[in-house]
Design a protein around this ligand. Structure first.
Ligand code: 13P
Length: 260
């Protein structure tokens, strides 16, 4: 069962073995004893560190922190050198998979259809996909932000049943806000999240999945973002690499949780 409020850290291609152990110990100390029940804390390390991070978290007593991978291949197995399947990620402790991150789309040419095929493969392996969508700066300036996000969602909605979408997670990450220090204002993020919600409802997704915001989320702006009714947490890049910053974002989610 996926929590309603989630703080997820995407390490991208950062970190090493020494960081994994220290991070797990520090994070366990931060979340232990804090009232974070109901807030999902998820980490997406580089795949080689998945198992050691899962073990280090368990050893440090942070059993409730879940781990996942940043990408999988859409096939179950085969001659795809350098790739990994969702089932392999599951075998190594992953419960979650990022699908269609904007860096996968722009740097590695993933199409909306490929992203949908990957979401399908993740569901088939019994894992939870975090399906990432978001518009570019040109699309936003051209007034096409919502249309672009709807177009990204369409093949996913065609490939997953309503119940499968309900068990997934959506991450709205405007490309212009990723790693730029420029965060969408809470109002812009809320408008987009509400638009995504409406689109899902119109497509008969009655229990909408959690929708996370991503793009330069920091401890200093998380509380304002989380105050918006349709923002169900964050997908955090840079600020997830240091435990103190990440813990500040988790604390902001706890505030929202405690007010609910
Ligand atoms: P930043 O938080 O570094 O902007 O990255 C966001 C992101 O891409 C998370 O997946």
């Amino acid at each position: 069962m996926v929590q309603r409020l989630i703080v997820a850290g995407n390490w991208k291609m950062h970190g090493d073995r020494a960081m994994v152990d220290a991070y797990a110990r520090e994070l366990a100390a931060c979340v232990e004893g804090s009232d974070h029940a109901g807030v999902g804390v998820w980490l997406f390390p580089p795949a080689p560190y998945l198992l050691s991070l899962a073990n280090a978290l368990a050893e440090a007593g942070a059993k409730e922190v879940s781990v996942g991978v940043q990408n999988v291949h859409e096939a179950a197995s085969g001659a795809f050198t350098g790739e990994m399947s969702a089932a392999m990620a599951a075998d190594c402790g992953a419960q979650l998979v990022l699908v269609g991150h904007s860096e996968r789309r722009t740097l590695f040419g993933e199409s909306d259809e490929l992203v949908a095929a990957k979401a399908r493969a993740v569901i088939d392996a019994g894992l939870t996909p975090v399906i990432c969508v978001g518009e570019s700066l040109d699309e936003r300036r051209g007034g096409e932000a919502m249309a672009r996000v709807r177009a990204q969602l369409e093949p996913v909605l065609a490939s997953l049943a309503a119940g499968e979408v309900e068990r997934s997670v959506i991450a709205y990450e405007p490309v212009w806000a990723i790693g730029t220090g420029e965060t969408a204002t809470p109002e812009i993020a809320q408008e987009m999240h509400a638009g995504i919600s409406e689109h899902l409802l119109a497509r008969k997704i009655s229990a909408r999945p959690p929708i996370l915001y991503g793009g330069s989320v920091k401890a200093s702006n998380a509380e304002q973002l989380f105050a918006q009714p349709d923002i169900d947490g964050a997908l955090v890049g840079g600020a997830s690499l240091a435990v103190t910053d990440f813990a500040g974002i988790i604390a902001a989610a706890q505030l929202k949780q405690n007010r609910a």
